[in-house]
Design a binder for this molecule. Structure first.
Ligand code: GLC
Length: 423
């Protein structure tokens, strides 16, 4: 019998992290994503922490090695030259940090994970405190320059939820006429039906060019970009991260006044994203003031951030999602016409989103719902392996295989404790 078959899922998950290790940092998956990605690395660190603590800290430290002088921690760190990846460093031309990188950020889960791991090595956690604080401050200044308490993204990739339907309409304002011919790499590695369409890709590249033309100056980008969309995902993730940073500040005897002010601003700002018809926190096009008409998996993250005022309505929406699929939590409302179960962020399930959503539910006493999400995540992985994401109806493994964050969530969430057997 094949060795793979005999291996436990825990062992396979550890092997995936080891195989994706490029020496101090982990690639999300070989081939499709050959560099260090921001939130992927942070989740990878959670996985490493279950069997190699030193390696977990290295993952976090190497990410912060790429922090820009203005505080931004980039979404991709181009540590090695990988001509197979597009768009690479020569397209981004973002040379403002100590290492070649992209010019945008990604959801700041780091403070939350560092707090979780802090007991393992308080000294290493404390050394990351100031870099975290500077990064959070950067988010407020660069992505909420008017101080309204919601964090905007300047590129769909900054949300980490790349081709969500939420970005379609605000994206109509992006001028793509200057995007010349280009060759994508992703569609040669993954089925076309599971990746963004050409129209979306043109917009992605136009926004990169927009940043290049403004020297990646966040103030100019915020003032001039047609695409500045308040994102409930990044806003909730930052709010939770601020609370975790505050807890660490207390442990390390630091002043918390500035963090308290940032927390208060984000708590108040959340209400701007509430859509009463959709019964969800949704994205908001800051240029037009328009709220998205539907819920997404990030609509539930305010619970993870400790915003519970709308809990009953959110649970109703979550139950509506759950009733329409076999495996929770789909990334997009499965009752919408735009639901596309296998296409990237338009329907599939992601393990790390599930971990955050379930954490939020458990924190506000919703243990049964949290347990369903945990058990669905385990079933998907048992049935379909450590894929990048999964079909919420048929459990199809989608995107890249041998994926770091899926393996990490398996380990960190202790999913081998869940019951074996058919779904
Ligand atoms: C895709 C995802 C993003 C992730 C990256 C690497 O771009 O949308 O969230 O960080 O892949 O896995």
């Amino acid at each position: 019998m094949d060795d793979q078959v005999l291996k436990s899922h825990d062992e396979t998950a550890r092997d995936i992290l080891r195989a994706n290790d490029r020496g101090g940092y982990t690639v999300p998956t070989a081939g499709l994503y050959p560099y260090q990605w921001n939130w992927d690395s942070v989740f990878a660190a959670m996985g490493f922490a279950t069997f190699d603590r030193d390696r977990a800290w290295r993952e976090l430290e190497t990410l912060f090695d790429a922090q820009w002088p203005d505080g931004m921690v980039p979404h991709i760190v181009f540590r090695a030259d990988e001509p197979s990846y597009f768009p690479g460093p020569s397209v981004w031309q973002a040379n403002k940090g100590p290492l070649p990188s992209s010019g945008i950020s990604q959801p700041p889960v780091a403070a939350t994970v560092i707090r979780l791991l802090a007991d393992l090595d308080p000294g290493r956690a404390e050394r990351l405190f100031d870099p975290l604080d500077r990064w959070h401050r950067w988010f407020h200044a660069a992505r909420d320059p008017d101080g309204i308490g919601v964090i905007a993204i300047t590129h769909p990739w900054e949300s980490g939820r790349d081709n969500l339907p939420d970005w379609d309409k605000p994206g109509d304002a992006i001028d793509v006429s200057g995007v010349g011919a280009y060759t994508r790499r992703d569609t040669s590695l993954v089925d076309n039906d599971q990746r963004p369409k050409k129209k979306d890709y043109d917009r992605y590249l136009a926004l990169v060019q927009f940043g290049v033309d403004r020297g990646w100056d966040p103030a100019r980008i915020a003032a001039e970009t047609p695409f500045f969309v308040a994102d409930p995902g990044i806003t909730a993730i930052l709010l939770r991260a601020e609370r975790d940073l505050r807890a660490m500040a207390q442990t390390f005897g630091r002043d918390t006044a500035e963090i308290d002010a940032r927390i208060a601003r984000l708590e108040a700002g959340h209400e701007r994203l509430w859509n009463a018809q959709a019964k969800a926190y949704v994205s908001r096009d800051t240029r037009t003031g328009e709220l998205a008409p539907w819920a997404t998996s990030a609509s539930f993250l305010p619970l993870y951030a400790g915003v519970t005022a709308r809990k009953a309505a959110l649970l109703e929406t979550l139950d509506g999602f759950a009733g329409a699929v076999r495996f929770t939590v789909p990334s997009f409302d499965p009752r919408s016409d735009l639901f596309d179960p296998l296409r990237y962020w338009r329907g599939p399930v992601w393990a790390m989103m599930n971990w955050m959503i379930a954490d939020g539910l458990a924190r506000c006493g919703e243990d049964t719902r949290a347990a369903r999400i945990r058990s669905d995540t385990a079933k998907l992985i048992r049935q379909s392996g450590f894929a990048e994401y999964f079909g919420p109806v048929g459990a199809e493994p989608c995107g890249g295989g041998g994926f770091s964050w899926t393996a990490a969530i398996w380990l960190a969430w202790g999913l081998s404790d869940t019951k074996e057997g058919p779904c």
